[in-house]
Design a protein around this ligand. Structure first.
Ligand SMILES: C[S@@+](CC[C@H](N)C(=O)[O-])C[C@H]1O[C@@H](n2cnc3c(N)ncnc32)[C@H](O)[C@@H]1O
Length: 254
């Protein structure tokens, strides 16, 4: 059921996500990839790789990258784009972030972006990423955050799910810190930066928007007092900006 919802949504979004400004922005891609130490011998895994934007950016910095994703059209898109760009050290396959089909300690690093908020039981993903990385290796996770205020978190979650039914739940910065430690990882670096997105582009990409847009517009007029991690600036009919908070963390595996 959950997997079906993911595959339906990301089959729908394969092309639009792959060319969206929020996914392709060079500054966010470069900053994230720079968290992986340059090492021509290192073998990396990208979890929930989508169209392989991170894998393709990382491939110039490390020995090889293997990307896995639940959605077949995303895996095909990632492979086609890597071929088109002449990248020979990145490959892609179907795979589930909650049950990675790899031996323990089989990679030097594992990375994922914009995936945790789609996955029920996200601790399992962090456990799996930690498991497949060798001692001394790295786990890098980036995602947009939830407010710790319950009303603000619930309000943003409703808007997110109405727009994209595969959205599960954004997580707090505190969740990433405590869960990383709980699965035995050592936090080395963590940044939270504002992320600005063209709201109309973001809305149109989700498969739910066509039906739910009026309800989303109504919810936008009723933000809870402590909403901070999800904000829309501007008026309907004019360009609007969605302001999120984007977390990027690097842990090492002792
Ligand atoms: C918003 S896209 C992000 C793609 C990519 N990580 C990026 O940032 O460019 C989310 C991706 O997560 C994938 N996904 C969701 N749940 C997954 C799971 N349990 N295992 C593997 N992939 C999953 C979806 O198929 C989709 O391609």
């Amino acid at each position: 059921m959950y997997e079906e919802s993911i595959r339906d949504e990301f089959t729908h979004q394969t092309e639009s996500f792959a060319r969206s400004p929020v996914a392709t922005r060079a500054d966010t891609l470069d900053a994230l990839v720079a968290m992986a130490p340059a090492d021509p011998a290192a073998r990396w895994l990208e979890v929930a790789c989508g169209p392989g934007l991170i894998s393709r950016a990382l491939a110039g910095r490390v020995g090889s990258v293997h990307g896995v994703d639940l959605t077949p059209s995303m895996v095909e898109k990632a492979a086609a784009e890597a071929r088109r760009e002449g990248i020979e050290n990145a490959d892609f396959a179907l795979g589930d972030a909650t049950a990675l089909d790899f031996e323990d300690a089989s990679f030097d690093g594992a990375i994922t972006r914009f995936s945790f908020h789609h996955i029920p039981g996200p601790r399992r993903v962090l456990e799996e990423m930690a498991r497949v990385v060798r001692p001394g290796g790295f786990v890098i996770v980036a995602d947009h955050l939830a407010d710790s205020d319950r009303d603000a978190c619930a309000w943003a979650g409703e808007i997110e799910r109405l727009r994209d039914p595969s959205h599960w739940s954004c997580l707090t910065e505190e969740w990433f810190r405590t869960t990383g430690a709980a699965v035995g990882l050592e936090l080395e670096e963590s940044t939270v930066d504002p992320l600005e997105i063209d709201f109309e582009d973001w809305l149109a990409r989700g498969s739910g928007a066509a039906v739910a847009a009026p309800l989303i517009e109504r919810l936008l007029t009723e933000p809870p007092p402590r909403a901070g991690a999800f904000r829309v600036d501007g008026e309907p009919g004019a360009p609007r900006t969605l302001r999120l908070l984007f977390l990027a963390c690097r842990w090492s595996r002792p």
